[in-house]
Design a protein around this ligand. Sequence first.
Ligand SMILES: NC(=O)c1ccc[n+]([C@@H]2O[C@H](COP(=O)([O-])OP(=O)(O)OC[C@H]3O[C@@H](n4cnc5c(N)ncnc54)[C@H](O)[C@@H]3O)[C@@H](O)[C@H]2O)c1
Length: 447
Amino acid sequence: MSKRIDDISRTTIEDVNKHVLNTISTLIKSELDAGFNAKFATLIQPMRIKLDNLVESVLDAATVRALLDVGFNAKYSTLAQPLKSDVHELKTKLTILNDYVLSLTSGNVEAAAYCLPDPRDKLFCHIAEHTRRQQNKISIIGIGHVGQAVLASLLFQKITDNIAIYDRDEDKIKGELLDFQYAAMYSSNTHIEGSTKINVIVNSKIVIITAGARRQKGDTRITLVQKNVEVFQDIIPKIVQYAPHAVLILVSNPVDIMTYITDKISCLPPGQVVGSGTNLDTSRLHFYMSHKYNVAAESCKGWVIGEHGETAVIAYSTLTVGGTYIEDINFKMGESCDIEKWSDIHNEVLTTSANIISLKGYTNWAIGLSVADLAHTIITNNKSVHPVTVSAKGFYCITEDVYLSLPAVLGENGVIEVVRLELSSKECELLRKSADYLYNMQKEIKI
Ligand SMILES: NC(=O)c1ccc[n+]([C@@H]2O[C@H](COP(=O)([O-])OP(=O)(O)OC[C@H]3O[C@@H](n4cnc5c(N)ncnc54)[C@H](O)[C@@H]3O)[C@@H](O)[C@H]2O)c1
C-alpha cells in the first residue's frame, strides 16, 4: 500500500529536522571541545611543572599523584562551572533553532518569526516584571490652557511618574501626548496616558478638574455657572466611580462655587474635595511683598482668604516678612493714610487675572504651578498649610453652607484641619461679606 501524502511530508520534515539538529549539535560539540581544551591546557600546564618538581623531591610518585588529584578536582570544578553555563546557553539556542526549523519546514513563516530570539533578551537579563506605581497617579480633567500648565508643572517638577489626562477633544489629547512625550528626557520617565474615555483616570490618587464651559457672548456669571453645573453633573459621578479614593482638586471657575457643587454631587467624605481657591492669590501677594521689600517671595508669609475673586480678603494681620508682622511696624495698613499704600497691592492681587486675560486671553502658568504645589503636598502627605476652598460654615460666624478659602493642613486624604486664624474684627467682617456674596450666587444655581 502506498504511503499517504501527509505521511510522506511528515517523514521529510522529520528527516530535515534530524539533519539540522545533528549539524547544529556537532557544531556545538566541537565549539565546546575547543573551549574546554583551551581552558584545560592552561590548567594542566602548571600541574605538570608541579609534578616534575615533586617527583624530583623526597615524595614518592603515589603521594604526588594523590595530592595532585585533590588539587585537580578543586580546580576542575571552577573550570567546569562556566562551561556548564555555556552548554546551557547553547542548549537554549538549539531549542529555539529547532522550533524555528520546524515552523519553517511546515510552511508557517509567521510562527517561525516568533521562534527567533528577541533582541531585547540579548540587551537585558530579565529578573522581574515591570510595574507602574499606582499610589501616585494624578489625573487631569480638561487639557486646555490650565490643564496643560498643570501637566507641565507636574512633569517638570517630577511630582509623579504616572499621569492620566481626560478631555472630550480627542485631537487635543493626541496633540498634547505627542508633544509631551518628547520631553521624556527631562521628566523622570513619566507615564502619560490620555483618553476621551473617563476610565483612563482609574485608581488615581488625585484628580485635578480644569474642564469647564467658556464664557460666551451674552453669558452672565450665573449662566456660565449653570453650564458648568451641567458638565459637573455628568462627570463628577464618573470620576467618583473610577477613582473613589482620589482627592478632587477643583480649578474650574468660579472655583468656590464649583467646589461646593462637587462636594454635594460626589458625596465624598469631608475633606476629600478641595478647591484651589486663593492659593494662587496668596502666591501673587507674596510676589508683591517680595517686590516691595526686595526679599525672596518664600520669606514673605500671610494669607489671602475668602472668595477666589473680587471679594477676596488680604488678611493683613497675618502678613510677615522674615518673621516680623508688618502690622507691628505699620499701624495704618490698608487705610487711606497708609504711606506704604497696601491698598494698591490689594488691588493688584485682585485685578491681575483680568489684566493677564486682556493681554494673552487666559491665565495658566501661575495657576498650573500653584495646583501642582497642592498636588505635591497631597501626594507626599507632607501636611503643609495652604489657603484652599473648604466648607466655611461655622468659622468666623459664617452661618450659611458656603465654601471659600481658609488656610488648611493638607494630607494624603485632602483637608485634615482648618487653621483658626486670629483675625481682626475688620477682617472677620470682610470675610463674612465674601461669604454672603458667594451664598447669594449659590442660591440661584439649580443642582
Ligand atoms: N482657579 C483658578 O485660579 C483658575 C485660574 C485660571 C483658570 N481657571 C479656570 O479653569 C478653567 C479652564 O480654563 P482654560 O483656560 O484651561 O480653558 P480651556 O477652554 O482652554 O480648556 C478647557 C478644557 O476643558 C475641556 N472640556 C470642557 N468641557 C468638558 C467636558 N464636559 N468633558 C471633558 N472635557 C471638557 C475642553 O475641551 C478644553 O480642553 C476655566 O473654568 C477657568 O476659568 C481657574
